[in-house]
Design a protein around this ligand. Structure first.
Ligand code: ADP
Ligand code: MG
Length: 532
């Protein structure tokens, strides 16, 4: 059998060196790259088979991975389109698109954590095999052809090509694992890597175990299937997987956007609080996919005040080789973010119509949601409209219900923020009770902040009861009261700005109020505690 030895294109040699040495800490991505290639090749064959039956895929197409511990090899097999001899040489022996020079200079400028994205960007994914292997064999048979070819290289400047046999069309990659990469020969480790990087691949991935291939991933991008075909159980399984939760989803939001922006989204809201305090989770748990390929879970597709939402967004509107820079710069993601927030908000609005179920949600995540009033002025009113509050009346109320009950003469929404337990008995409330004005009782820490930020709701000013002095007439004070006020002012000199008589109190002799323009009492307490 004739064997041909060829040199890599000059650029490839240098590039290999770079890939192997600069991406060492991320080398498990070799699997993502090889599996992605296998999936691409299978997609290509499926597509060509549409117009040429002879190319049809075998019955149960899959990517099959097996490990031979003795031989120290990992084998990755696909039934994709395959490569001819010349394609092996062209695709695996030269760099078609971009030059090493550009890659090298980019690599030098990048922080280590940004380097892996370059691999995909420069279309050099195959070479990442040499991060874990000191020899790579590729046996490939092009669909529609009878002969197969074997490409072998140690990644040091040369490769050989010789004719080979392969029963059916497709490609087999055989990695001779380096001694320092033996970890990947452990089935459990390998399985973890497959799950992490290839779970989304819309083709089953099977791992050989005791002579038989067992599925590791199911190969169906659930979010791409029509809603009507997906059972509640399938949704729940997928939810538990992406959200790392063990409960049932409280809400499942699945839709496909078409038109100017194309994406599929499948989002979940948990029915119980995660173990991690939600307030501490800054990062969004929504994964970004491009044409089914997992890209990143760091794209911050949802704002912090929706950080309890997890799921997948899969778009057609970004290139597969999207880089970190592009992710930051592209208007596509901003548009998707807007669409996601609006969709989640409308789902919450719909769900709020069932107060009992909604109460459970607010107990879990209401506090996080309130941060949105502070952080996201564009949606503040929508968020505020969803919340339910304790008030001086029995039970809880929404702002709209509160406004609907406002008696004639009441112009503002009144609230008292402070510690739970102390609110109901506060003397601050006496004057309001006498007037028949309901007061919202707010006891979350963040309640000291958001009402002032929101300002008004449906044109009603949110007003702290400790700042509502103008509602009450100054009392006609007689000489005794006047002199008492003077004495108190002197005794409390420097601690209060004024002492005055008011008609506001019914039962209590005295109370503190805040100046009209400044921070309310709850806020003052917080500021004092913070040492300001
Ligand atoms: P990219 O996937 O970005 O093109 P890669 O370095 O990963 O870059 O792969 C280079 C090329 O090699 C692919 O474009 C494809 O043509 C070919 N190739 C790699 N793996 C396979 C495979 N398993 N089956 C068929 N062709 C493959
Ligand atoms: Mg590739």
């Amino acid at each position: 059998m004739t064997e041909e030895t060829r040199n890599f294109g000059t650029e490839v040699g240098r590039l290999l060196d770079l890939v192997v040495h600069s991406l060492y800490s991320d080398r498990e991505i070799f699997l993502r790259e090889l599996v992605a290639n296998a999936a691409d090749a299978t997609d290509k064959r499926r597509f060509l088979a549409l117009s040429d039956e002879a190319l049809a895929l075998p019955e149960n197409p899959a990517i099959r991975i097996s490990v031979d511990k003795l031989a120290q090899t990992i084998r990755i097999e696909d039934c994709g389109i395959g490569m001819t001899k010349e394609e092996l040489a062209d695709h695996l022996g030269t760099i078609a698109r971009s030059g090493t020079a550009a890659f090298t200079s980019q690599l030098a400028e990048k922080k280590p954590e940004d380097r892996p994205s370059l691999i995909g960007q420069f279309g050099v994914g195959f070479y990442s095999a040499f991060m874990v292997a000191d020899k790579v064999e590729v046996i490939s048979r092009k669909a529609g052809h009878d002969e197969a070819w074997e490409w072998v290289s140690d990644g040091k400047g040369q490769y050989t090509l010789k004719s080979a046999t392969r029963e059916a069309p497709g490609t087999t990659i055989l990695l001779h694992i380096k001694p320092d990469a033996e970890e990947f020969l452990e089935p459990l480790r390998l399985e973890t890597v497959i799950r992490k990087w290839a779970d989304h691949i819309a083709l089953p991935i099977e791992l050989e175990e005791d002579g038989a291939f067992k599925p590791v991933t199911e190969g169906k991008a659930l979010w791409r299937r029509p809603k009507s075909e997906i059972s509640a159980e399938e949704y729940a399984d997928f939810y538990r997987h992406v959200a790392h939760q063990f409960d049932e989803p409280w809400a499942t939001i699945h839709w496909r956007a078409e038109g100017t922006l194309e994406f599929s989204a499948l989002l979940f809201i948990p029915s119980s609080k995660p173990f991690m305090p939600v307030e501490d989770v800054r990062a969004s748990k929504v994964r970004l996919h491009v044409k089914r390929m997992f890209i990143t879970d760091q794209a911050e597709l949802l704002p912090h005040w929706l950080s309890f939402v997890s799921g997948v967004v899969d778009t057609e509107d970004l290139p597969l080789n999207v880089s970190r820079e592009l992710l930051q710069a592209t208007p596509v993601l901003d548009k998707i973010r807007k669409a996601l927030v609006n969709r989640v908000l409308s789902e919450l609005k719909a769900k709020a119509k069932e107060p009992e179920a909604f109460k459970a949600f607010l107990e879990n995540f209401g506090v996080v949601l309130k941060e949105g009033i502070y952080e996201d002025t564009g949606h503040a009113a929508d968020i505020a409209g969803l919340l339910r509050f304790e008030s001086t009346r029995e039970g809880s109320t929404t702002l709209d219900e509160y406004i609907a009950r406002m008696p004639e003469g009441q112009e503002a929404i009144y609230y008292l923020a402070g510690e739970a337990g102390h609110l109901k008995t506060s003397p601050q409330l006496e004057g309001f009770a006498a007037k028949g004005f309901e007061v919202l009782l707010l006891s979350d820490a963040i309640d000291a902040f958001w009402p002032a930020r929101l300002g008004t709701y449906k044109e009603k000013k949110l007003t702290s009861v400790s700042q509502a002095g103008a509602l009450f007439e100054a009392a006609e004070a007689d000489e005794t009261v006047k002199s008492l006020c003077e004495k108190l002012a002197k005794a409390l000199d420097g601690k209060v700005s004024a002492v005055s008589a008011s008609t506001r109190l019914q039962d209590s002799p005295a109370m503190l109020v805040a100046a009209e323009g400044g921070p309310d009492l709850a806020m003052q307490r917080l500021l004092r505690r913070a040492g300001r």
